[in-house]
Structures are given as C-alpha cells and as structure tokens.
Write a protein that binds this ligand. Structure first.
Ligand code: S3P
Length: 171
C-alpha cells in the first residue's frame, strides 16, 4: 500500500511508463498511465488529440486528470513529459503525492526514443528532443522530491526505481 500517489516525471523517452508499469506490477501496486487515460477519454491517440482539438486542449485535459486523481487510491502514475512545466500541475502533484524524476541522460534518449507517437517531436526530430531537454531539465530537477538516473538498460532501470520506491515508501 502507498500513502500517496507517486508521480513519475521526466522527458519523453526517459522510461516513465515502461519502468512505472513494471515496478507497479512487481510490487502489486496500482498503476496509471496518465497519457493513456487521456487518450481513452478523448478517444484518440495523442497525435489525433493534438490534431483535432489542439495542444491547449490536451494540456487542459492533463490538469483535469490531476484534479480528478486527488483523493483516489494511491498509485504509481506515469505522466507526459510536459506536465511538470505547468506550475498548477506541479502544485496538484505536490498536494497529492511525491514526485520522482526519471532522469535519462540525453545521449541515451536520443539513441532510442520513438518519435512517431509524439506529435511535438515527430516533425522536428532529434534536435527538438535536445532543445526540449535543455529547456526542461532544470525544472524537472527542481520539481522532483526524488530522482533516479535511468542510464542503463530496462532491467537496471526497473531495479533502481523499485529500490527507490521500497526504500522511501511503505509498500
Ligand atoms: C509530451 C510528452 C508526451 C505526451 C505529449 C506531450 C511533452 O508524453 O504527453 O506528446 O510535452 O513532452 P511522453 O513523455 O510519454 O512522451
């Protein structure tokens, strides 16, 4: 059991969803992929949502999801890479949980990120990933209560995140 939500923040391609899902499964904790939930509710992929309603609507949906999560069963929650850039979102996450940064070195993100499902990155490609990383990394670090460096493969990332969660949060 968790006492509050654990929000995973960080860059696209940092491993928030894949590591979060696996660690939650290993520890028998509830898991929620916030982007996936928004896609279910708005009935489309992130790319389609951006095309149909625009990025602002997607950002509003992210904030609404965080509000709806207040008071629900504490879970491991993977978030979209942009969520921590909004001060209100940061407040909402801090008020209802702890924030864990999944910090993957830029070189590794660049070497294995999948761009096709990410509308902000699909067109502009890897230079945009690098630009976003440089723009966001200080905010991510200042927002996080705890950080893991996901600098290796999937299995070592799972180990590091699982240890951090069992060390710091009663499960
Ligand atoms: C975004 C990241 C995406 C998704 C949307 C916007 C961003 O999530 O929320 O495309 O602004 O960085 P991932 O971090 O899971 O790619």
């Amino acid at each position: 059991m968790l006492e509050r939500h654990l929000y995973l923040i960080g860059m696209p391609g940092s491993g928030k969803s894949s590591l979060g899902r696996k660690v939650a499964n290993n520890l028998r904790l509830p898991f929620l992929d916030l982007d996936r939930r928004i896609q279910e509710i708005l009935n489309g992929t992130v790319t389609e949502i951006f095309e149909r309603y625009g990025e602002d609507a997607f950002r509003t949906a992210e904030t609404n999801m965080l509000i709806q999560l207040m008071g629900t069963t504490p879970s491991i929650i993977s978030t979209g890479g942009g969520i921590a850039m909004n001060p209100l979102n940061r407040e909402l996450m801090k008020a209802s949980g702890a924030i864990i940064l999944v910090d993957r070195p830029l070189e590794q993100i660049l070497s294995d990120i999948k761009l096709d499902r990410r509308p902000l990155l699909a067109e502009k490609g890897l230079p945009e990933v690098e630009r976003l990383y440089n723009e966001r990394i200080d905010t991510y670090r200042a927002t996080a209560d705890l950080t893991i460096v996901n600098g290796g493969d999937y299995f070592s990332g799972v180990d590091v995140l699982q240890k951090l969660i069992t060390d710091h949060f009663a499960v």
